[in-house]
Design a protein around this ligand. Structure first.
Ligand SMILES: *Cc1c(COP(=O)(O)O)cnc(C)c1O
Length: 234
């Protein structure tokens, strides 16, 4: 089931990339496996998935050793500074940097782990009260404030768009994030690239790809609905 779902979503991703006249290598499907057991992640892996997204440190740690080494683990959720040390040697990329304190902690832990961690800046592009992320108008100043930290490299922007019935409704937000990344790229800030846009989830990933997404983060359409109540440590 999960393997089949993964292949179906991947095929829609590929068709959308093609009709948007984009390069297939420019878009990566991240299978968002939060709350799901390793057996289901293995099913997705067996169907070709290598990029997995998680939003809890505990889950990355619990799953990491039980699954193949060539998986790229993407931290996509709100990250507490005191937990960075547990995943600094495990994550491929952190999509959710939105405070100087968090960036400084990732910097410190990356140096301890002997690596450079690529990060994306989470932007609250729709200015929702409930969301983490920096405000669009504060984004450039925020990036400048962390750009010279050793051990991290800013590689782009991420957003969690509003929950909508019709993915089309988020097009304006995806366009806004793309425009923001173009504006920031033109500033030529040292140590900062705007290589990646992480945007689009189960309900709106096709629209996001049309508007320039490089990472789409799809959970429900691959793994099914999440049952948080059944989880003891969500
Ligand atoms: C859960 C989650 C997703 C996946 O959401 P679906 O609607 O299940 O595809 C994507 N991004 C983030 C940051 C998430 O927390």
């Amino acid at each position: 089931m999960v393997g089949q779902n993964y292949k179906e979503v991947l095929s829609i991703v590929q068709k959308t990339v093609e009709s948007a006249k984009r390069n297939p290598d420019d878009v990566t499907l991240i299978a968002v496996s939060k709350t799901k057991p390793v057996e289901l992640l293995q099913n997705a892996y067996d169907s070709g998935a290598r990029d997995f997204g998680e939003n809890k440190v505990q889950e990355i740690i619990a799953k990491y050793d039980k699954l193949p080494e060539d998986i790229r683990w993407h931290m996509i959720g709100h990250l507490q500074t005191n937990k960075v040390k547990y995943i600094a040697d495990k994550v491929y990329m952190i999509h959710s940097v939105d405070t100087e304190k968090l960036a400084a902690t990732i910097s410190k832990e990356a140096i301890k782990a002997g690596r450079i961690i690529p990060v994306l800046i989470e932007v609250n592009v729709a200015k929702e009260d409930t969301k983490y992320g920096v405000m669009p108008e504060e984004c450039e100043a925020f990036i400048r404030s962390i750009s010279s930290l050793p051990g991290i490299i800013v590689k782009g922007l991420m957003t969690i768009a509003p929950f909508v019935e019709n993915g089309e409704d988020n097009r304006v937000h995806f366009q806004a994030l793309k425009q923001l990344s173009v504006d920031i790229m033109q500033k030529n800030i040292d140590n900062v690239s705007m290589e990646f846009l992480s945007m689009g989830m189960s309900g709106d990933y096709e629209t996001a790809i049309e508007e320039g997404a490089n990472f789409v983060r799809v959970g429900t359409k691959i793994f099914g609905e999440r049952n948080y109540l059944a989880q003891s440590d969500k």
